[in-house]
Ligand binder design. Structure first.
Ligand SMILES: Cc1ncc(COP(=O)(O)O)c(C=O)c1O
Length: 394
């Protein structure tokens, strides 16, 4: 606890009245400004000192013109990925986007045509489905299976849906939001073998890569079988989750294959021409250089919050099913057994006063599930659990 206490004392900040989407848009998004905010995936923690200092120095310089990335940026980016994930990234693979959601839309548009089929594995981060639908592509789903208390990939359905719908693109969420899985080597191999068999292109969204726990190790799609699938792959990642930088709008696309890169560059020339974010780039370089210890403190805090939630619920309302947290800082729960005829919104929002992500945002069939953001003060998690327990036992 002492490291957690130290981390929280040093970095926790009150975010109400700071133009925070999570806290200051509660009225617009949920119709109640007083809710306890545990929804959208950002945190109540300040970024590490190294990032703030680098940003302050740049802000003091006072000029925010167009930017060119220095060698030091690429070095830190490469070091982080080499040290943590044993992948050798080449500078020529790197492209930028003002966020992963934007990048998803670009990849759909650049590598598929109108009415092509794109497959996802719900329950999954909802902008995947929205981006597919909004760009006039056909949404194909291969829902995860719930087995032995955790979510698993349904390989048979995945293959069948790809075959029957002539799927062109699969959007992989790794680690998986909201179910908290960190996909194993075997699971990813099977998925990519199927994609190879049917010539399906893959976008691997690895934004949660830096949040894995215990013996669960993140394996980037780039590292599968010595890059065997790199000719059909784009990986998207960023420091947005890792260091709480979402509003600095700086994300990376990794495109190892020359032909795939050429296609992206052609699309980019004709459609976007995005510039990298100056402050985003400075923040990420500083974080990758010196933010490791801060990240370890953060991860301990998340695990502490997860254990707190699990223990209190197991003791007081064991009917609520909590899924294992292998990765991400988002915990998925099935609250079906405590609803007693109420809707999830009536119970969680109206009775408990919590703003969370509702399960049905992530796919049909998940209306009795909720996702809670653990990257906050343990006091907020304690308060949330107390409200759930109290309202279950009323
Ligand atoms: C899987 C996943 N992808 C992308 C994003 C958002 O990325 P960005 O803010 O860079 O658009 C999130 C945010 O929660 C996420 O969970």
């Amino acid at each position: 606890m002492s490291r957690v206490k130290e981390f929280v004392e040093k970095y926790y900040v009150e975010r109400r009245n700071t133009n925070s989407l999570k806290w200051d848009a509660l009225e617009e998004r949920f119709g109640n400004p007083e809710l306890l905010a545990l929804w959208v995936a950002d945190m109540e923690f300040k970024t590490p000192e190294c990032i703030r200092e680098a940003l302050i120095e740049r802000v003091d310089h006072g000029v925010f013109g167009y930017t060119k990335l220095p060698k030091s940026y690429y070095d830190e980016y490469k070091n982080w990925h080499k040290k943590k994930y044993n992948i050798d990234i080449e500078k020529k693979w790197i492209r930028f986007a003002p966020g992963i959601v934007q990048a998803i839309l670009w990849v759909i548009q650049a590598y598929t045509k109108i009415e092509d089929s794109v497959i996802i594995m719900p329950p999954v981060y909802y902008p995947f489905a929205n981006s597919i639908r909004n760009s006039g592509r056909k949404l194909v789903e291969s829902p995860l299976l719930e087995e032995d208390g955790k979510f698993k990939i349904d390989f048979e359905t995945f293959e069948k849906e790809i075959r029957e719908n002539d799927v062109k693109l699969y959007i992989h969420c790794s680690p998986h939001n909201p179910v908290g899985r960190v996909w194993t080597l075997e699971e990813q191999r099977r998925v990519f073998e199927i994609c190879e068999k049917y010539d399906v292109f893959v976008l691997s969204d690895e934004i949660h890569q830096d949040f894995t726990y215990e013996n669960h190790k993140q394996i980037s799609a780039l590292a599968l079988d010595e890059g065997r699938y790199n000719n059909r792959l784009i990986v998207a990642n960023s420091g947005s989750k890792t260091f709480n930088l979402a509003s600095l709008v700086h994300a990376t696309l990794l495109i190892p294959d020359e032909d795939v890169r050429k296609a992206f560059d052609k699309f980019s020339k004709e459609n976007l021409g995005a510039e990298p974010s100056l402050l985003g780039q400075i923040a990420l370089e500083a974080g990758y250089k010196e933010g490791h210890e801060w990240l370890e403190g953060l991860k301990e805090t998340i695990v502490y919050n997860y254990n707190l939630l699990c223990e209190e619920l197991a003791k007081n309302v064991p009917e609520i099913k909590v899924y294992p947290l292998e990765g991400t800082y988002l915990v998925f729960l099935n609250i079906e057994k405590v609803l007693n005829g109420k809707t999830t919104k009536q119970f969680i929002q109206d009775e408990c006063g919590l703003a969370i992500d509702f399960g049905d945002w992530f796919g049909k069939g998940y209306k009795n599930y909720v996702r809670i953001n653990l990257a906050t003060n343990p006091e907020n998690i304690k308060e949330a659990v107390e409200r759930i327990v109290k309202n279950c036992n009323r």
